[in-house]
Ligand binder design. Structure first.
Ligand code: GTP
Ligand code: MG
Length: 211
């Protein structure tokens, strides 16, 4: 599917969401909490898993199509393909793992390279905040990176289900906002084209009269 083409199922708008981040940061645990309200307390490296969950966000129903991708190097060959197909991205790192924080910047750069644009709905997520004693990345560092990315930022705990819904809801809101802006500018373009057409027609008529 072309990422800018909205798709529907049974009248419901489908939002294509992709989770990216280093192996072990908690992508699957956060997804499972969002989808099934349960915590995965073991690490079973993902190859690729897809989930769908219906949600009402700001009074409007939607179907979230979530792609939980592989963080581990040996499974990341499909990464560019995910980046082409997603409408919105969750870039996750773990506050207990500085390397995963560095990796988040790489993921952002790769998305921009693949999509050749910087207006992409995105949320930066710092997971595992329940492990405060093992924290290696501060909240301020996360906020600064989100500012650099120009995107929303959440600190989450999949273990405690803290701020999990907020991440997905924020992303859907961004996708909707982008879509509304796109529709508005398309309507503006149409109006401009119509006006230009009328001006040309009038000019043509006037020239015919004077000829
Ligand atoms: N304490 C705590 N542990 C977490 C949290 N989120 C995930 N974990 C644990 O971290 C480990 C890795 O979590 P996963 O969700 O499998 O990580 P992943 O990012 O999906 O990893 P890959 O599939 O290999 O890319 C598991 O043992 C989880 O139980 C959290 O918020 N708090
Ligand atoms: Mg996983």
């Amino acid at each position: 599917m072309h990422p800018t083409t909205a798709s529907f199922l049974g009248g419901l708008r489908i939002y294509k969401i992709v989770l990216l981040g280093e192996g072990g940061v908690g992508k699957s645990a956060v997804t499972m909490q969002f989808v099934s309200h349960c915590f995965l307390d073991y690490h079973d490296p993902t190859i690729e898993d897809a989930y769908q969950r219906q949600a009402v966000i700001d009074g409007e129903s939607g179907l979230l199509d979530i792609l939980d991708t592989a963080g581990q190097q040996e499974f990341t060959a499909m990464r560019e393909q995910y980046m082409r197909s997603g409408e919105g991205f969750i870039i996750m790192y773990s506050v207990t793992d500085r390397q995963s924080f560095r990796e988040a910047s790489q993921a952002k750069k790769q998305i921009e390279r693949v999509r050749r644009c910087d207006d992409i709905p995105m949320v930066l997520v710092a997971n595992k905040i329940d492990l405060e004693s093992k924290r290696e990345v501060t909240t301020e560092e996360g906020q600064a990176l989100a500012q650099e990315f120009d995107c929303a930022f959440f600190e989450t705990s999949a273990a405690l289900r803290h701020f999990v819904d907020d991440v997905f809801h924020s992303l859907v809101r961004q996708i909707r906002r982008k879509e509304r802006l796109g529709t508005k500018s398309a309507q503006k373009d149409k109006k401009h084209r119509k006006r230009a057409g009328t001006i040309l027609q009038n000019l043509f008529r006037r020239q015919k009269k004077t000829a």
